[in-house]
Design a protein around this ligand. Structure first.
Ligand code: H79
Length: 437
Protein backbone atom coordinates (compact mmCIF):
# COMPACT_ATOMS: atom_id res chain seq x y z
CA UNK A 1 0.00 0.00 0.00
CA UNK A 2 1.35 3.38 -0.98
CA UNK A 3 1.56 5.97 1.76
CA UNK A 4 2.83 9.49 1.32
CA UNK A 5 6.25 10.15 2.80
CA UNK A 6 7.81 13.61 2.60
CA UNK A 7 11.43 12.51 2.24
CA UNK A 8 10.62 9.94 -0.38
CA UNK A 9 8.56 12.55 -2.20
CA UNK A 10 11.35 15.12 -2.22
CA UNK A 11 13.79 12.53 -3.50
CA UNK A 12 11.48 11.35 -6.26
CA UNK A 13 10.67 14.93 -7.36
CA UNK A 14 14.17 16.36 -7.42
CA UNK A 15 15.06 15.63 -11.08
CA UNK A 16 11.69 16.97 -12.13
CA UNK A 17 11.94 20.24 -10.23
CA UNK A 18 15.45 20.77 -11.63
CA UNK A 19 14.36 19.95 -15.18
CA UNK A 20 11.81 22.77 -15.51
CA UNK A 21 11.26 22.20 -19.23
CA UNK A 22 9.74 19.22 -21.02
CA UNK A 23 8.11 18.21 -24.29
CA UNK A 24 4.59 16.87 -24.64
CA UNK A 25 3.81 14.85 -27.76
CA UNK A 26 0.21 14.31 -28.80
CA UNK A 27 -0.03 11.76 -31.54
CA UNK A 28 -2.58 9.28 -32.70
CA UNK A 29 -5.15 8.53 -35.39
CA UNK A 30 -6.45 12.09 -35.01
CA UNK A 31 -3.38 13.32 -36.92
CA UNK A 32 -5.16 12.14 -40.08
CA UNK A 33 -8.46 14.04 -39.85
CA UNK A 34 -6.23 16.77 -38.42
CA UNK A 35 -9.07 18.60 -36.75
CA UNK A 36 -7.98 18.26 -33.10
CA UNK A 37 -7.60 15.30 -30.78
CA UNK A 38 -11.14 16.17 -29.67
CA UNK A 39 -12.50 15.94 -33.22
CA UNK A 40 -14.31 12.66 -32.58
CA UNK A 41 -16.26 14.32 -29.80
CA UNK A 42 -17.00 17.60 -31.60
CA UNK A 43 -18.20 15.81 -34.72
CA UNK A 44 -19.93 12.97 -32.83
CA UNK A 45 -18.18 10.29 -34.87
CA UNK A 46 -19.00 6.64 -34.19
CA UNK A 47 -16.36 3.92 -34.02
CA UNK A 48 -17.34 3.00 -37.58
CA UNK A 49 -17.00 6.61 -38.79
CA UNK A 50 -13.56 6.75 -37.23
CA UNK A 51 -12.40 3.36 -38.47
CA UNK A 52 -11.05 4.69 -41.77
CA UNK A 53 -8.29 6.50 -39.89
CA UNK A 54 -7.21 3.24 -38.31
CA UNK A 55 -7.11 1.62 -41.74
CA UNK A 56 -5.20 4.57 -43.16
CA UNK A 57 -2.63 5.04 -40.38
CA UNK A 58 0.79 4.63 -41.99
CA UNK A 59 3.26 7.25 -40.75
CA UNK A 60 6.14 6.56 -43.12
CA UNK A 61 8.34 9.23 -41.52
CA UNK A 62 7.82 8.01 -37.95
CA UNK A 63 11.20 8.43 -36.28
CA UNK A 64 11.16 8.82 -32.51
CA UNK A 65 14.92 9.44 -32.55
CA UNK A 66 14.26 12.67 -34.42
CA UNK A 67 11.60 13.66 -31.86
CA UNK A 68 13.93 12.94 -28.97
CA UNK A 69 16.74 14.89 -30.63
CA UNK A 70 14.45 17.84 -31.21
CA UNK A 71 13.52 17.85 -27.52
CA UNK A 72 17.12 17.57 -26.42
CA UNK A 73 18.28 20.32 -28.77
CA UNK A 74 15.54 22.61 -27.48
CA UNK A 75 16.89 22.18 -23.95
CA UNK A 76 14.03 20.02 -22.74
CA UNK A 77 14.80 17.45 -20.05
CA UNK A 78 11.83 15.11 -20.36
CA UNK A 79 9.39 13.94 -23.00
CA UNK A 80 5.84 12.65 -22.51
CA UNK A 81 3.94 10.81 -25.26
CA UNK A 82 0.22 9.98 -25.46
CA UNK A 83 0.15 6.21 -25.06
CA UNK A 84 -3.63 6.50 -25.39
CA UNK A 85 -5.90 9.51 -25.85
CA UNK A 86 -9.68 9.74 -25.48
CA UNK A 87 -10.32 8.08 -28.87
CA UNK A 88 -9.08 4.83 -27.33
CA UNK A 89 -6.39 4.09 -29.93
CA UNK A 90 -3.34 2.51 -28.28
CA UNK A 91 0.15 3.47 -29.37
CA UNK A 92 1.42 0.39 -27.55
CA UNK A 93 1.03 -3.35 -28.04
CA UNK A 94 -1.73 -4.07 -25.56
CA UNK A 95 -2.85 -7.67 -25.37
CA UNK A 96 -6.32 -6.56 -24.27
CA UNK A 97 -7.34 -4.88 -27.53
CA UNK A 98 -6.89 -5.07 -31.28
CA UNK A 99 -7.18 -1.29 -31.50
CA UNK A 100 -3.47 -0.55 -31.44
CA UNK A 101 -0.56 0.63 -33.55
CA UNK A 102 0.87 -2.84 -34.03
CA UNK A 103 -2.27 -3.70 -36.01
CA UNK A 104 -2.00 -0.73 -38.36
CA UNK A 105 0.06 -0.52 -41.53
CA UNK A 106 2.88 0.85 -39.38
CA UNK A 107 2.97 -2.44 -37.50
CA UNK A 108 5.11 -1.10 -34.68
CA UNK A 109 4.84 -0.62 -30.95
CA UNK A 110 5.22 3.15 -30.96
CA UNK A 111 5.66 3.44 -27.20
CA UNK A 112 8.49 0.91 -27.22
CA UNK A 113 10.46 2.75 -29.93
CA UNK A 114 9.70 6.04 -28.24
CA UNK A 115 10.92 5.21 -24.74
CA UNK A 116 14.14 3.79 -26.16
CA UNK A 117 14.83 6.86 -28.31
CA UNK A 118 14.20 9.25 -25.43
CA UNK A 119 16.49 7.34 -23.08
CA UNK A 120 19.26 7.30 -25.70
CA UNK A 121 19.22 11.11 -25.61
CA UNK A 122 19.61 10.99 -21.84
CA UNK A 123 16.16 12.47 -21.24
CA UNK A 124 13.54 11.38 -18.76
CA UNK A 125 10.59 9.61 -20.29
CA UNK A 126 6.90 9.78 -19.52
CA UNK A 127 3.62 8.48 -20.84
CA UNK A 128 0.24 10.14 -21.01
CA UNK A 129 -2.73 7.86 -20.51
CA UNK A 130 -6.32 8.98 -20.44
CA UNK A 131 -9.00 7.57 -18.17
CA UNK A 132 -11.58 8.12 -20.91
CA UNK A 133 -12.12 5.77 -23.81
CA UNK A 134 -14.66 6.52 -26.49
CA UNK A 135 -13.92 3.31 -28.36
CA UNK A 136 -14.61 0.87 -25.55
CA UNK A 137 -18.18 -0.40 -25.44
CA UNK A 138 -18.36 -0.24 -21.65
CA UNK A 139 -17.40 3.40 -21.37
CA UNK A 140 -20.54 5.41 -20.53
CA UNK A 141 -22.02 7.56 -23.27
CA UNK A 142 -25.44 8.27 -21.77
CA UNK A 143 -25.44 11.61 -19.92
CA UNK A 144 -21.74 12.02 -20.59
CA UNK A 145 -20.80 15.53 -21.70
CA UNK A 146 -17.98 14.46 -23.97
CA UNK A 147 -18.70 11.07 -25.47
CA UNK A 148 -19.01 11.20 -29.28
CA UNK A 149 -22.20 9.10 -29.09
CA UNK A 150 -23.83 11.17 -26.33
CA UNK A 151 -26.73 12.14 -28.63
CA UNK A 152 -27.22 8.71 -30.19
CA UNK A 153 -30.27 7.21 -28.52
CA UNK A 154 -29.73 3.75 -29.95
CA UNK A 155 -26.16 3.55 -28.72
CA UNK A 156 -27.11 4.93 -25.34
CA UNK A 157 -29.63 2.13 -24.84
CA UNK A 158 -26.93 -0.55 -24.67
CA UNK A 159 -26.14 -2.23 -21.36
CA UNK A 160 -22.72 -1.34 -20.10
CA UNK A 161 -20.46 -2.95 -17.56
CA UNK A 162 -18.33 -0.09 -16.29
CA UNK A 163 -16.35 -2.34 -13.99
CA UNK A 164 -15.32 -4.33 -17.04
CA UNK A 165 -14.05 -1.10 -18.56
CA UNK A 166 -12.12 -0.30 -15.39
CA UNK A 167 -10.54 -3.76 -15.42
CA UNK A 168 -9.47 -3.09 -19.00
CA UNK A 169 -8.05 0.33 -18.17
CA UNK A 170 -6.21 -0.94 -15.08
CA UNK A 171 -4.75 -3.85 -17.02
CA UNK A 172 -3.52 -1.55 -19.75
CA UNK A 173 -1.87 0.71 -17.22
CA UNK A 174 -0.30 -2.38 -15.72
CA UNK A 175 1.05 -3.16 -19.20
CA UNK A 176 2.63 0.23 -19.70
CA UNK A 177 4.13 0.03 -16.21
CA UNK A 178 5.54 -3.44 -16.89
CA UNK A 179 6.61 -3.72 -20.51
CA UNK A 180 8.59 -0.53 -21.13
CA UNK A 181 11.23 -0.39 -18.44
CA UNK A 182 11.52 2.37 -15.90
CA UNK A 183 9.09 5.21 -16.50
CA UNK A 184 9.93 8.56 -15.01
CA UNK A 185 6.50 10.13 -15.27
CA UNK A 186 2.86 9.20 -15.77
CA UNK A 187 0.43 11.85 -16.94
CA UNK A 188 -3.17 10.74 -16.35
CA UNK A 189 -6.02 12.71 -17.92
CA UNK A 190 -8.70 13.47 -16.50
CA UNK A 191 -11.36 13.29 -13.81
CA UNK A 192 -14.52 15.32 -14.50
CA UNK A 193 -18.01 15.78 -13.10
CA UNK A 194 -18.85 12.65 -11.07
CA UNK A 195 -16.12 10.68 -12.80
CA UNK A 196 -13.50 11.22 -10.14
CA UNK A 197 -11.34 9.51 -7.56
CA UNK A 198 -12.68 6.15 -6.49
CA UNK A 199 -15.05 5.99 -9.47
CA UNK A 200 -11.85 5.07 -11.35
CA UNK A 201 -10.78 2.77 -8.48
CA UNK A 202 -8.03 5.30 -8.03
CA UNK A 203 -6.49 3.96 -4.81
CA UNK A 204 -6.22 0.47 -6.27
CA UNK A 205 -4.78 1.92 -9.47
CA UNK A 206 -2.11 4.00 -7.78
CA UNK A 207 -1.15 1.20 -5.43
CA UNK A 208 -0.50 -0.96 -8.45
CA UNK A 209 1.43 1.75 -10.27
CA UNK A 210 3.61 2.57 -7.27
CA UNK A 211 4.39 -1.10 -6.80
CA UNK A 212 5.47 -1.54 -10.41
CA UNK A 213 7.17 1.85 -10.74
CA UNK A 214 8.26 2.99 -7.27
CA UNK A 215 9.98 6.19 -8.45
CA UNK A 216 7.49 7.33 -11.04
CA UNK A 217 6.08 10.85 -10.78
CA UNK A 218 2.30 11.02 -11.22
CA UNK A 219 0.12 14.01 -12.06
CA UNK A 220 -3.02 15.03 -10.17
CA UNK A 221 -5.82 14.31 -12.62
CA UNK A 222 -7.43 11.29 -11.02
CA UNK A 223 -9.31 13.77 -8.89
CA UNK A 224 -11.12 17.00 -9.68
CA UNK A 225 -9.26 19.81 -7.97
CA UNK A 226 -11.93 22.46 -7.82
CA UNK A 227 -11.93 22.90 -4.04
CA UNK A 228 -8.29 23.86 -3.54
CA UNK A 229 -5.29 21.60 -3.31
CA UNK A 230 -5.00 19.35 -0.30
CA UNK A 231 -1.90 19.60 1.80
CA UNK A 232 0.94 17.14 1.37
CA UNK A 233 2.87 18.46 4.33
CA UNK A 234 0.42 17.25 6.93
CA UNK A 235 -2.63 15.07 7.21
CA UNK A 236 -3.06 12.03 5.13
CA UNK A 237 -3.29 12.69 1.41
CA UNK A 238 -5.06 10.08 -0.70
CA UNK A 239 -2.71 7.80 -2.66
CA UNK A 240 -3.98 9.49 -5.83
CA UNK A 241 -3.42 13.03 -4.58
CA UNK A 242 -0.80 13.48 -7.31
CA UNK A 243 2.80 14.63 -7.23
CA UNK A 244 2.29 17.77 -9.27
CA UNK A 245 -0.52 20.11 -10.28
CA UNK A 246 -1.34 20.52 -13.97
CA UNK A 247 -2.66 23.93 -15.01
CA UNK A 248 -3.65 23.52 -18.66
CA UNK A 249 -3.06 26.29 -21.19
CA UNK A 250 -2.53 28.80 -18.41
CA UNK A 251 0.17 29.97 -16.05
CA UNK A 252 -0.99 30.42 -12.48
CA UNK A 253 -0.58 34.08 -11.46
CA UNK A 254 1.31 33.30 -8.25
CA UNK A 255 2.40 29.71 -8.61
CA UNK A 256 0.21 27.15 -6.85
CA UNK A 257 -0.30 26.71 -3.14
CA UNK A 258 -2.17 24.13 -1.10
CA UNK A 259 -5.02 25.01 1.26
CA UNK A 260 -2.45 26.04 3.89
CA UNK A 261 -0.59 28.36 1.54
CA UNK A 262 2.39 26.02 1.06
CA UNK A 263 3.91 26.04 -2.42
CA UNK A 264 3.12 22.97 -4.49
CA UNK A 265 5.02 21.52 -7.42
CA UNK A 266 3.29 22.31 -10.71
CA UNK A 267 3.69 22.14 -14.46
CA UNK A 268 1.92 24.32 -16.99
CA UNK A 269 1.06 22.31 -20.09
CA UNK A 270 1.10 24.60 -23.08
CA UNK A 271 0.28 24.19 -26.76
CA UNK A 272 2.35 25.87 -29.48
CA UNK A 273 -0.74 26.63 -31.54
CA UNK A 274 -4.29 26.07 -30.22
CA UNK A 275 -4.53 22.29 -30.44
CA UNK A 276 -2.68 19.36 -28.92
CA UNK A 277 -3.05 16.93 -31.77
CA UNK A 278 -1.95 17.92 -35.27
CA UNK A 279 -4.41 20.38 -36.80
CA UNK A 280 -4.13 21.14 -40.50
CA UNK A 281 -5.49 24.70 -40.43
CA UNK A 282 -4.51 25.86 -36.96
CA UNK A 283 -1.58 28.12 -37.78
CA UNK A 284 -1.92 30.23 -34.66
CA UNK A 285 1.57 29.43 -33.47
CA UNK A 286 2.90 31.43 -30.57
CA UNK A 287 6.12 33.22 -31.48
CA UNK A 288 9.35 31.69 -30.20
CA UNK A 289 10.21 34.71 -28.06
CA UNK A 290 6.85 34.44 -26.34
CA UNK A 291 7.41 30.74 -25.61
CA UNK A 292 10.83 31.52 -24.10
CA UNK A 293 9.30 34.21 -21.91
CA UNK A 294 6.53 31.86 -20.82
CA UNK A 295 9.11 29.28 -19.79
CA UNK A 296 10.92 31.94 -17.79
CA UNK A 297 7.60 33.02 -16.27
CA UNK A 298 6.89 29.47 -15.11
CA UNK A 299 10.32 29.13 -13.53
CA UNK A 300 10.06 32.56 -11.91
CA UNK A 301 6.83 31.36 -10.29
CA UNK A 302 8.32 28.07 -9.17
CA UNK A 303 6.88 25.82 -11.89
CA UNK A 304 7.71 23.70 -14.92
CA UNK A 305 6.53 24.12 -18.48
CA UNK A 306 5.76 21.20 -20.77
CA UNK A 307 5.46 22.43 -24.33
CA UNK A 308 3.43 20.41 -26.80
CA UNK A 309 4.08 19.33 -30.35
CA UNK A 310 1.60 17.40 -32.49
CA UNK A 311 3.34 15.36 -35.18
CA UNK A 312 1.42 15.00 -38.45
CA UNK A 313 0.02 11.84 -40.06
CA UNK A 314 3.40 11.04 -41.58
CA UNK A 315 5.09 11.31 -38.21
CA UNK A 316 6.81 14.66 -38.65
CA UNK A 317 6.78 17.45 -36.12
CA UNK A 318 5.30 20.40 -38.07
CA UNK A 319 7.93 22.73 -39.45
CA UNK A 320 6.45 25.72 -37.61
CA UNK A 321 7.10 23.84 -34.38
CA UNK A 322 10.62 22.84 -35.40
CA UNK A 323 11.45 26.47 -36.20
CA UNK A 324 10.34 27.49 -32.73
CA UNK A 325 12.19 24.66 -31.01
CA UNK A 326 15.37 25.76 -32.83
CA UNK A 327 15.10 29.31 -31.55
CA UNK A 328 14.29 28.13 -28.03
CA UNK A 329 17.26 25.75 -28.19
CA UNK A 330 19.61 28.54 -29.23
CA UNK A 331 18.49 30.63 -26.32
CA UNK A 332 18.79 27.69 -23.95
CA UNK A 333 22.35 27.00 -25.06
CA UNK A 334 23.32 30.42 -23.75
CA UNK A 335 20.98 30.69 -20.82
CA UNK A 336 19.83 27.33 -19.49
CA UNK A 337 21.65 27.90 -16.22
CA UNK A 338 18.96 30.46 -15.44
CA UNK A 339 16.32 27.73 -15.94
CA UNK A 340 17.59 24.34 -14.69
CA UNK A 341 17.47 24.02 -10.94
CA UNK A 342 16.08 27.54 -10.64
CA UNK A 343 12.88 28.76 -9.08
CA UNK A 344 11.22 31.73 -7.48
CA UNK A 345 13.42 34.60 -6.38
CA UNK A 346 13.31 36.70 -3.28
CA UNK A 347 13.61 39.67 -5.65
CA UNK A 348 10.40 41.24 -6.84
CA UNK A 349 9.60 41.20 -10.56
CA UNK A 350 11.22 44.26 -12.19
CA UNK A 351 9.30 46.29 -14.75
CA UNK A 352 11.66 45.26 -17.59
CA UNK A 353 11.53 41.48 -17.12
CA UNK A 354 11.61 38.64 -14.63
CA UNK A 355 13.89 37.06 -12.07
CA UNK A 356 14.81 33.44 -11.39
CA UNK A 357 17.10 32.21 -8.65
CA UNK A 358 19.23 29.26 -7.64
CA UNK A 359 20.94 29.60 -4.27
CA UNK A 360 23.17 32.66 -4.30
CA UNK A 361 22.76 33.16 -8.06
CA UNK A 362 20.10 35.61 -9.12
CA UNK A 363 19.18 35.73 -12.79
CA UNK A 364 17.73 38.94 -14.16
CA UNK A 365 15.89 38.26 -17.40
CA UNK A 366 15.87 41.53 -19.31
CA UNK A 367 13.27 42.05 -22.01
CA UNK A 368 13.56 45.81 -22.50
CA UNK A 369 16.40 48.14 -23.30
CA UNK A 370 17.17 50.70 -20.65
CA UNK A 371 18.42 54.25 -20.96
CA UNK A 372 21.90 53.80 -19.57
CA UNK A 373 22.68 51.43 -16.71
CA UNK A 374 19.95 49.09 -15.55
CA UNK A 375 18.61 49.19 -11.98
CA UNK A 376 18.74 45.80 -10.26
CA UNK A 377 16.21 46.70 -7.63
CA UNK A 378 16.22 44.53 -4.53
CA UNK A 379 19.93 43.83 -4.12
CA UNK A 380 22.49 45.91 -2.28
CA UNK A 381 26.02 46.84 -3.34
CA UNK A 382 27.65 45.14 -0.41
CA UNK A 383 25.89 41.85 -1.17
CA UNK A 384 27.20 41.58 -4.72
CA UNK A 385 30.17 39.44 -5.53
CA UNK A 386 29.99 39.61 -9.35
CA UNK A 387 27.56 40.50 -12.11
CA UNK A 388 28.00 39.00 -15.57
CA UNK A 389 26.27 38.32 -18.85
CA UNK A 390 25.23 34.70 -18.67
CA UNK A 391 25.78 34.09 -22.41
CA UNK A 392 29.42 35.21 -22.48
CA UNK A 393 30.56 35.25 -18.90
CA UNK A 394 31.72 38.85 -19.33
CA UNK A 395 31.57 41.00 -16.23
CA UNK A 396 28.98 43.76 -16.05
CA UNK A 397 30.37 46.54 -13.83
CA UNK A 398 28.27 48.45 -11.35
CA UNK A 399 27.76 52.03 -12.45
CA UNK A 400 29.64 54.70 -10.52
CA UNK A 401 28.20 57.54 -12.59
CA UNK A 402 27.16 60.71 -10.76
CA UNK A 403 23.58 60.35 -12.10
CA UNK A 404 23.14 57.23 -9.99
CA UNK A 405 24.56 58.71 -6.82
CA UNK A 406 21.07 59.87 -5.88
CA UNK A 407 20.12 56.18 -5.55
CA UNK A 408 22.60 54.79 -3.06
CA UNK A 409 20.40 51.76 -2.33
CA UNK A 410 20.11 50.61 -5.90
CA UNK A 411 22.70 48.67 -7.88
CA UNK A 412 22.87 49.92 -11.47
CA UNK A 413 24.36 47.39 -13.88
CA UNK A 414 26.44 49.20 -16.46
CA UNK A 415 25.57 47.66 -19.81
CA UNK A 416 27.38 50.41 -21.75
CA UNK A 417 26.78 53.98 -22.83
CA UNK A 418 23.81 53.28 -25.04
CA UNK A 419 23.01 49.71 -24.29
CA UNK A 420 21.28 47.59 -26.89
CA UNK A 421 20.59 44.22 -25.34
CA UNK A 422 22.76 41.53 -26.92
CA UNK A 423 19.82 39.11 -26.92
CA UNK A 424 16.69 40.93 -28.02
CA UNK A 425 14.45 38.15 -26.67
CA UNK A 426 15.82 37.83 -23.15
CA UNK A 427 19.29 38.90 -22.06
CA UNK A 428 20.18 37.24 -18.79
CA UNK A 429 22.42 38.82 -16.17
CA UNK A 430 23.74 36.53 -13.50
CA UNK A 431 24.28 38.20 -10.16
CA UNK A 432 26.37 36.18 -7.72
CA UNK A 433 25.71 37.18 -4.15
CA UNK A 434 28.31 36.76 -1.45
CA UNK A 435 25.76 34.90 0.61
CA UNK A 436 22.62 33.03 -0.23
CA UNK A 437 19.44 34.74 0.87
O1 H79 B 1 -4.58 16.01 -24.02
C1 H79 B 1 -4.84 17.40 -23.98
C2 H79 B 1 -6.31 17.67 -24.04
O2 H79 B 1 -6.93 16.97 -25.11
C3 H79 B 1 -6.71 17.15 -22.70
N1 H79 B 1 -5.65 17.53 -21.84
C4 H79 B 1 -4.54 17.98 -22.64
C5 H79 B 1 -3.20 17.63 -22.03
C6 H79 B 1 -8.00 17.51 -22.19
N2 H79 B 1 -9.00 16.71 -22.25
N3 H79 B 1 -10.00 17.26 -21.65
N4 H79 B 1 -9.65 18.40 -21.18
C7 H79 B 1 -8.40 18.62 -21.50
C8 H79 B 1 -10.52 19.24 -20.43
C9 H79 B 1 -11.79 19.34 -21.17
C10 H79 B 1 -12.08 20.49 -21.75
C11 H79 B 1 -13.30 20.66 -22.48
FE1 H79 B 1 -13.27 21.13 -24.38
C12 H79 B 1 -13.96 21.89 -22.62
C13 H79 B 1 -13.99 19.69 -23.22
C14 H79 B 1 -15.05 20.34 -23.92
C15 H79 B 1 -15.02 21.70 -23.54
C16 H79 B 1 -11.33 21.70 -24.76
C17 H79 B 1 -12.22 22.55 -25.38
C18 H79 B 1 -11.57 20.41 -25.25
C19 H79 B 1 -12.61 20.51 -26.16
C20 H79 B 1 -13.00 21.82 -26.23
Amino acid sequence: MYKFNREEYNRRMSWYVDARFGMFIHWGLYAIPARSEWGRSYEELSNEDYQKYFEEFNPVDYNPKAWAKAAKEAGMKYVVLTAKHHDGFCLFDSKYTEYKSTNTKLGRDIVKDFVEAVRVEGLKVGLYFTLLDWYHNDYPSLNDRFHPMRNNEEYNKREIDFDNYLDYMHKQIEEICTNYGKLDLLWFDFAYDDMRGEVWRATELINMVRKLQPDVIIDNRLEVSGEGYGSLAEGNPTPYHGDFVTPEKMIPPNGIQDVNGEDLIWEACVTMNNNWGYHATDKFYKPADMLIKKLVECVSKGGNMILNVGPDARGNIPKEAIERLDIIGNWMKDNSESIYGCGKSSIEKPDYGRVTQKGNKIYFHIYENSIGPLPLIGIKHEEVDLIKYLYSGAEVPISTSWVHSDYPNIVFANLGENPILPDSIDTVLEVTLKNER
